[in-house]
Design a protein around this ligand. Structure first.
Ligand SMILES: *Cc1c(COP(=O)(O)O)cnc(C)c1O
Length: 354
């Protein structure tokens, strides 16, 4: 069903995996599928990775009707390659599609496309610890039309980018600024979807925070500027007095697959965890009373990102004395252990490709 056209000029695979960085190098092939109104999705294919041609009037360029996903292919010690919960990414892609009035992508074809692309470009999956082949599925509206309405034609792509270890020098806790001026999303908006517009809205806050020496911003709710939402491309967790808490999925934050996996793992380990509304004042009060034990972000790129300090108004809350917390470390080791095939996949999260 997926037609395959292999490249005749293979690119050299970067030999030094420590220099890969993130998202700059692309593998030999890509998956493409087309949608036209009246015809549905058609012509699923794997072709050589190449530039595409679009009309300058293509709708995505004007009104941002686009969605994306992000997941990784991991190399096991036995040389094989595997994916982590890819069906969750495909489901979430369609949740985003619904909100952006993009036609639902056939989930079996998307999943097959992911697996087939990774199989074909298997040699591009890095071998070093922490490195992986980052997979980026995305859909764009392509009709040449500058009026505002949902498009009639779309392209669905999957591209693959070998990426280095997120942490080159161990898991270093990051400094985060609580954003008080800008908001990323509001209830009723697109915050729960993976779409470019959410990121465009976040750039200015991120940029100002970088200039002030912070690595990321922690977004508060768009209405009261009071409740915690999430960090850049990560969900956020707090361990307060032995209990792990994370903001509930309220419509304005992204339902991370790492977030979901962390909650499931904590439950299997018997560590108390709850999803609820969390006020920034509650975190400040926990800090003052000495019960704010750990803070960490979760996302596909970093897996677990320990937060070493949180700045809110004039207060800088230092967490964990510059070290990764016990629960954060356990979650990182467990998740990466499952992803790279070092630990048994008891929860059935792994899809082997090879
Ligand atoms: C992708 C993303 C996350 C993390 O989701 P994962 O599925 O865990 O990678 C969190 N927040 C935002 C805004 C995101 O785009």
């Amino acid at each position: 069903m997926i037609s395959i056209n292999l490249t005749k000029s293979k690119k050299p695979i970067p030999a030094d995996e420590t220099k890969l960085g993130f998202g700059r190098v692309f593998s030999d092939h890509m998956f493409v599928m087309q949608y036209d109104r009246g015809q549905g999705w058609h012509d699923a294919r794997i072709t050589p990775f190449a530039e595409i041609s679009l009309s300058p009037a293509a709708m995505v360029l004007h009104y941002s009707q686009t969605i994306f996903e992000g997941l990784k292919a991991y190399r096991r010690a036995d040389g094989g390659v595997q994916l982590f919960r890819p069906e969750e990414n495909v489901k979430r892609l369609n949740l985003s599609a619904e909100r952006l009035v993009i036609p639902q992508v056939p989930e079996d074809v998307a999943l097959q496309g992911l697996k087939e692309l990774v199989r074909i470009d298997k040699d591009w999956v890095p071998h070093s610890d922490g490195a992986s082949l980052y997979l980026r599925p995305f859909v764009i509206a392509v009709d040449p039309f500058v009026g505002v309405r949902p498009a009639d034609s779309y392209l669905f792509f999957i591209i693959a980018s070998p990426s280095g270890a997120y942490y080159e020098s161990g898991l270093n806790p990051v400094a985060i600024k609580v954003e008080e001026k800008y908001v990323r999303a509001v209830k009723g908006g697109m915050g729960y979807t993976k779409t470019g517009g959410n990121y465009a809205a976040s750039l200015i806050g991120q940029d100002e925070a970088h200039k002030e020496g912070f690595s990321q911003v922690l977004w508060l709710d768009g209405v009261e500027h009071k409740y915690i939402e999430e960090v850049g491309a990560m969900n956020i967790f707090f361990k307060i007095n032995g209990e792990v808490v994370t903001p509930e999925l309220s419509g304005s934050i992204l339902g991370g697959i790492t977030r979901k996996s962390v909650i499931e793992l904590l439950k299997t380990k018997g560590i108390p965890v709850s999803e609820r509304r969390i006020a920034i004042d509650e975190i400040a009060a926990a800090y003052d009373s000495g019960t704010l034990e750990e803070v960490f972000g979760t996302g596909t790129a970093a897996v677990i990102s320990p937060v070493g300090s949180l700045k809110y108004q004039d207060k800088t809350m230092d967490v964990g004395g510059g070290k990764i917390g016990e629960v954060s470390a356990m979650l990182y080791d467990t998740l990466t252990g499952i992803q790279y095939g070092r630990l048994a996949d008891k929860l059935n999260w792994i899809v082997k490709v090879d």
